[in-house]
Design a protein around this ligand. Structure first.
Ligand SMILES: C[S@@+](CC[C@H](N)C(=O)[O-])C[C@H]1O[C@@H](n2cnc3c(N)ncnc32)[C@H](O)[C@@H]1O
Length: 189
């Protein structure tokens, strides 16, 4: 277990597992999951609603949780997705936008590969709203990315997602505002 996993394990048990269960179960059709890691989300997909999962990561892992849903693995970057426009019904991203180099481009790419009417399901840790917590996160972030595989504690991807045209049908925060989650729709024009 690396430093990041050690830090995250109590949060995973007490906060993230519930968020994952609630939001991943809303995915439908052909799903793209960006930054699948070890596939921790695979267990939460609805087997009836999801036809296939395309799982992409910049660093594909050999140890991945099993699922009965047809699964294809891709090596690639969130900022430059190797898929044609309007390929997916749902795109999922959990705890990835803290470490992508260019989150703005990553959100643009999600929009591009989603079909009109498709869903973007996400959760990330973000810069907390409270002044003291925000100051602590900013101070810790001076070294954090170096010891936690490029993870940033000061990102606010939920704001980028809202600003880029997704209509948030559901959203929320957990864990003293540290985690934001949401389900955004790319409305058919
Ligand atoms: C903290 S892990 C999260 C894994 C899993 N999604 C979860 O919820 O536990 C971040 C994952 O994103 C991947 N990743 C980081 N930057 C990426 C990028 N630019 N494009 C695609 N995947 C990326 C990492 O390799 C890693 O597997």
């Amino acid at each position: 277990m690396n430093f990041y996993d050690l830090f995250m394990s109590p949060l995973e048990k007490n906060i993230l597992a519930k968020i994952r269960k609630d939001i991943i179960s809303k995915a439908f059709g052909n799903v793209l999951e960006i930054g699948y890691g070890t596939g921790v989300n695979f267990q939460y997909y609805n087997h009836t609603a999801v036809k296939s999962i395309s799982a992409l990561d910049i660093k594909p892992s050999a140890l991945v949780v099993k699922t009965e849903i047809p699964l294809n693995f891709f090596e690639g970057k969130a900022e430059d997705l190797p898929f044609v426009d309007e390929s997916f019904d749902t795109v999922v991203e959990t705890l990835v936008f803290c470490s992508v180099k260019n989150p703005k481009n990553a959100v643009k790419e999600v929009w591009r590969v989603l079909k009109p009417g498709g869903l973007f399901i996400f959760t990330d840790h973000v810069l907390p709203e409270g002044k003291n917590m925000a100051a602590l996160f900013k101070a810790t972030n001076t070294i954090w990315p170096k010891i936690a595989g490029g993870c940033n504690l000061t990102r606010e991807p939920h704001k980028l997602i809202e600003a880029s045209g997704f209509v948030l049908e559901e959203s929320g925060k957990s864990g003293h505002d540290i985690f934001r989650w949401g389900i955004g729709r790319k409305e058919a024009s």
